[in-house]
Design a protein around this ligand. Structure first.
Ligand code: HEM
Length: 491
């Protein structure tokens, strides 16, 4: 009944719902992109819905992305939303458990370690990890087989990321204790923990035990490295050990440990989901997987020498595979911010009050026919100049944004106006974008050297999306057929 009473005309339209507190929680949770699309058609780019009793205002489209992601620090706040979930998992005093100015410094420290030189050393590491994985895995023995791919891609992602970013010592611990501990940490990231993060439930107890144990493993490693007098190494941990906050305060060991957890967790979900989607898409289009193989032969040589960082730039289709998959399957479908003071929406009569949460969904503009012809078609070739499905605005407007801004962790593209923002925009923009690209492109390039994939029934179908966890990912089981290439390393 309340919904039919005259509303404050300065608030965006409210999505119709039957039950007061539940509101649209169920329809949103089942398929957020469809929920955004349908309600955009009914109410326009800016509308409010009830999410677990909270008025949540969605603002989609390029203006909406800009309004929320580039919101001023006095207007919008991420930590107020995320800290209940992330602090028990990452630990104290990092990311959202500290003032935003401190996070900006922490992002600067982490970003400094992600240089071209570092990437150069990561490609052989990632490449070897992938090859060894396929050699050792019982699921890839013989000439061909069927495998449920997402759990395999999750392992490949964590092995490659931990080895590249945290060194061999930590990577080796994933074969022993760390894999199970990270699995327990992961349970802290389930959406139910937005409300029950504090509860003494079995999975929260395991999360807390895992957090303490993993942090101790990192802190012990830091102490050992100091005791050994190590200084020269270029990995992330060493960079953090040598970093100082403004005012000359060294980063304390517990913060380094917590940042290491945060980095691995932040990257793991997004990159593992993306690598699964890439492989599932390739299984649905074996012709494109073959093209990728041919691209390496044409551009790197028929003997396929060991992959180097510089090679990645010579493989445009390999790059486009990652880009196009992120366009359709960005793992973060909803980015939330608390509203700190009433925010007028430029060009409209709306003012967003402080009891609303703002929700940005950059995936909506990334699948908008206004920018991407045949938006639902997975077409990696659309990123080639002159392609029929090329983005309708000039390419570098989509890829780069002229306006750069420094939030304290180096110049970043503001992203305002770009319909393609899988890595976000503004002060909370991803610092892992380049690493993720290097990691994913290397995983794809090495995998196509070994295998040809197809769907088990030979069709071009693609499995649906699982929105039950915070990061969207393919529904499971997601089996594919693999066939070893004739010339691939026999195992
Ligand atoms: C932030 C996406 C990989 C570290 C973000 C944000 C997005 C995103 C959309 C913005 C969140 C917000 O505004 O609230 C992705 C995708 C990835 C990926 C799609 C892979 C395909 C990585 C990796 C790392 C990483 C590999 C670490 C090496 C971070 C960090 C933040 C972030 C530290 C900053 C959080 C903040 O400032 O609030 N990422 N990410 N990400 N990401 Fe990533």
């Amino acid at each position: 009944i309340v919904q039919f009473l005259p509303r404050n005309s300065h608030e965006p339209p409210l999505v119709f719902h039957f039950f007061p507190v539940i509101g649209s929680t169920v329809t949103y949770g089942m398929d957020p992109p469809r929920f955004f699309k349908e309600n955009r058609a009914k109410y326009g780019d800016c509308f409010t819905f009830i999410l677990l009793g909270k008025k949540t205002t969605v603002y989609v489209g390029t203006q909406g992305n800009d309004f929320i992601l580039n919101g001023k620090i006095r207007d919008v706040c991420a930590e107020e939303i995320y800290t209940v979930l992330t602090t028990p998992v990452f630990g104290k005093d990092v990311v959202y458990d500290c003032p935003n100015s401190k996070l900006m410094e922490q992002k600067k420290f982490m970003k400094i370690a992600l240089t071209t030189d570092a990437f150069r050393s990561y490609v052989p590491i990632i490449s070897d990890e992938v090859t060894n994985y396929f050699k050792k895995s019982a699921d890839f023995k013989g000439k061909s087989g069927i495998v449920n791919l997402p759990p395999k891609m999750a392992q490949i992602t964590i092995f490659t990321a931990s080895h590249a970013l945290q060194g061999k010592e930590i990577r080796d611990k994933f074969d022993e204790t760390l894999a199970d501990l990270y699995h327990d940490l992961d349970m802290g990231f389930s959406p139910i923990n937005f409300s029950l993060h504090w509860a003494p439930l079995p999975w929260n107890n395991r999360r807390d035990h895992a957090q303490r144990t993993v942090a101790k493993i990192y802190m012990d490693t830091i102490k050992e490295r100091r005791a050994r007098g190590e200084t020269g190494a270029q990995d992330m941990m060493m960079h953090l050990m040598n970093s100082e906050y403004k005012g000359g305060v060294k980063v304390p060991d517990h913060e380094i440990a917590h940042m290491m957890i945060a980095l691995l967790m932040a990257g793991q979900h997004s990159s593992s989901s993306t690598s699964s989607w890439i492989m599932l898409r390739l299984a649905s289009r074996p012709d494109i997987m073959q093209e990728l193989y041919q691209e390496q032969i044409d551009n790197l040589g028929a003997d396929l020498p060991p992959l180097q960082y510089e090679d990645l730039a010579k493989l445009p289709l390999n790059q486009a595979i990652v880009k196009e998959t992120l366009r359709l399957h960005a793992p973060i479908h909803s980015i939330m911010r608390a509203v700190k003071q009433p925010m007028p929406v430029p060009g409209t009569k709306y003012v967003i009050p402080t009891d609303h949460v703002l929700l940005a969904a950059p995936g909506v503009s990334a699948s908008d026919p206004q920018y991407f012809p045949n938006p639902d078609l997975w077409d990696p070739h659309r990123w080639e100049q002159g392609s029929a499905n090329a983005p309708s605005i000039v390419r570098n407007e989509v890829e780069e944004d002229d306006e750069k801004i420094d939030y304290g962790y180096g110049l970043v593209s503001k992203g305002a106006g770009s319909p393609y923002l899988p890595f976000g925009a503004g002060r909370h923009r991803c610092i892992g974008e380049q690493f993720a690209n290097v990691q994913l492109q290397t995983i794809v390039a090495v995998t196509v050297r070994h295998f040809q994939f197809s769907n088990v029934d030979g069709s071009d179908k693609v499995i649906g999306t699982d929105y039950a966890s915070l990061f969207s990912r393919p529904l499971e089981p997601a089996p594919i057929r693999w066939e070893r290439r004739d010339n691939a390393v026999a195992v």
